[in-house]
Design a protein around this ligand. Structure first.
Ligand code: ATP
Ligand code: MG
Length: 551
């Protein structure tokens, strides 16, 4: 059957049209993070779109740091961002910084001043805001609006030379204080900030605003398609105005819907607060929606890309179900991850008649989907642990695991039968004494099947693990719906981290796959960097099964 070609998304339609009309020879996109925090899942969507489009159409993508606010930015973030992009498997063409263009941007500012299109305003921030009016009400002109170009030029140079304190003056474009688009009501181009910049040091004490910076940086780099999130659509006319007024390369801005996920917050400001106030262990806490967080949780780059591909690109904001992301993680790990047996809540089983000290080694596939593929060796002895939940004394008919006088197969090995239930003084079941049927050894004798198969570990070989069982960080599905006067931290899930322990087969500790592994019948787990040789630590990535099915 022929595959039906996937429908183009609106960005692909635009690009195909531009290329067909010869508007550009090839496309150049950019990813423009502000280095004021770590990348999160929303950024992954933006990365997949920007790099994905360039790859599809034989173009390239620049990495451009939007570093115009020295107070909040840091090289720690610059480095982490690069690491995360590489982890996703993307390679940028040029590494650029808005601050690379500060000289050019300033030159253009002088140009606007000389042409009577910008002026220095002495009003305070509050006066400027009040003077802008509202959507219904036009703004009022600043009393400083009619300064001559000569005076404005002198004042701008004095601002640049450090003659004024923070907030004392700003440079504004002189457009139209009654413009229906509020963005055009004399937007601020430069503000004074006596702060050291992580790249330009103390060279500047005035810094350009976002709107004055972004489009011009795109233009300088000859970005063809500048793709950003929906809330910037009101900025687009101003983006175009600067480019047209300055007569520079015509980059164009296009907007798509940002990613929102259930039970998840993606504002860098709030994520920073969670880190600083200790609600999580750090930016890479496995509960965080940051790329370093989900990586430590065991999510793979492949799963993230599969997710971004499935949610597609749209022009309408929507809340995506985090279960779809978890489903993608499960899909990817199901194909690739190695399997091991780990018992989390142990119940001792002794085999009647098994010779003391006898160890039998079983070759078990690392992935049952590939039975001929690589295997691990699993030791089997007369004293084992199974999960407490796999035994039930008064079991209902549909219980297919172990019960008194019942049979079950120990995965990869023999069928055993529960002959005796040993209890302690308080009536707790502490041990099962079982017989085993030697003829049921796989590969030998006759194959006899029983309804239930359970996992196990050999007591003498079991190694202890610390398990970190993670759940959603928040209890509210739609974190965006929380009213402004409520604190989002009220919705932190008190059981987002529960500690557990596990007893594992020895081969697990030799695993070198570098990705999460499957604890058979339980879930996917990944070794945490907090592990020590005496206490390996595993993070729960995602459960093995879920009733969720994508549409
Ligand atoms: P935040 O509001 O979390 O601080 P931001 O938009 O300020 O995010 P930037 O570093 O400026 O973060 O973003 C870099 C790029 O990633 C921008 O193009 C932005 O539009 C995009 N981006 C940010 N958040 C999302 C999201 N949730 N979904 C899709 N794209 C996003
Ligand atoms: Mg931003």
């Amino acid at each position: 059957m022929e595959e039906t070609p996937k429908r183009l998304n609106f960005l692909e339609e635009i690009i195909e049209k531009d290329l067909a009309e010869g508007k550009y020879e090839s496309i150049l996109t950019r990813f423009p993070p502000e280095p004021n925090g770590y990348l999160h899942l929303g950024h992954a969507k933006s990365l997949c779109i920007n790099f994905g489009l360039a790859q599809k159409y034989g173009g390239k993508t620049n990495l451009r740091y939007d570093d115009t606010n020295p107070v909040k930015e840091d090289v720690e973030y610059v480095d982490a961002i690069k690491e995360d992009i590489k982890w996703l498997g993307f390679q940028w063409e040029k590494e650029c910084y808005a601050s690379d263009y500060f000289d050019q941007l300033y030159e253009w500012a002088e140009d606007l001043v000389k042409r009577g299109l910008a002026y220095v305003d002495d009003q305070t921030q509050e006066e400027i805001s009040a003077g802008r009016g509202t959507v219904e009400k036009p703004g009022v002109n600043s009393p400083w609006r009619d300064r001559t170009p000569e005076e404005n030029l002198r004042l701008l140079r004095e601002m640049k030379d450090g003659k004024y304190a923070d907030g004392e003056k700003v440079l504004r474009a002189k457009i139209d204080m009654a413009h229906p688009n509020m963005m055009f009501r004399d937007p601020i181009l430069y503000r004074i900030k006596h702060a050291s910049h992580h790249r330009t040091g103390d060279k500047w004490c005035i810094y350009p605003m976002y709107d004055y910076t972004h489009g011009q940086c795109d233009s300088i780099e000859h970005i063809t398609h500048s793709i950003c999130t929906l809330e910037f659509d009101v900025h687009r006319p101003l983006y175009d105005w600067f480019i047209e007024t300055l007569g520079i390369f015509p980059s164009h801005q296009y907007e798509f819907a940002r990613l929102n996920l259930t039970y998840t917050l993606m504002s860098k400001r709030k994520l920073l607060e969670l880190v600083q106030k200790g609600f999580v262990a750090g930016w890479d806490d496995p509960r965080m929606p940051t790329l370093c967080g989900v990586r430590r949780r065991g999510y793979t780059a492949e799963a993230l890309k599969m997710f971004c591909d499935r949610i597609g690109v749209s022009k309408r904001d929507q809340l995506m179900d985090i279960q779809l992301l978890e489903w993608c993680v499960r899909q990817d790990l199901n194909e690739r991850s190695n399997r091991y047996m780990v018992v989390q809540d142990p119940l001792k089983v002794t085999l009647i008649g098994w010779p003391e000290d006898k160890v039998e080694w079983f070759d078990c596939p690392l992935n049952p989907a590939d039975p001929e593929g690589p295997s691990r060796r699993v030791p089997f002895t007369g004293t084992l642990y199974i999960e407490k939940a796999d035994f039930m004394e008064d079991a209902p008919a549909k219980f297919f695991r172990l019960r008194p006088d019942g049979e079950v197969r120990l995965k990869y090995t023999y069928i055993i039968k529960c002959e005796e239930v040993v209890k302690d003084a308080s009536g707790q079941v502490v041990e099962l004494r079982c017989s085993y049927d030697p003829s049921t050894k796989p590969g030998g004798g006759e194959w006899r099947s029983v309804k239930g198969t359970i996992h196990w570990v050999s007591a003498a070989h079991a190694r202890e693990l610390e398990l970190r069982l993670y759940d959603r960080l928040f209890t509210e599905p739609d974190m965006g719906s929380i009213p402004e006067d409520r604190d989002y931290k009220e919705f932190l899930n008190p059981t987002s981290l529960v500690l557990g322990r596990g007893l594992c087969e020895p081969a697990l500790l030799e695993d070198e796959s570098g990705i999460a592994v499957q604890f058979e019948r339980s879930g996917y787990f990944i070794k945490d960097p907090d592990s020590t040789p005496s206490k390996p630590v595993y993070n729960k990535t995602v459960s093995l099964k879920d009733s969720y099915k994508p549409e």
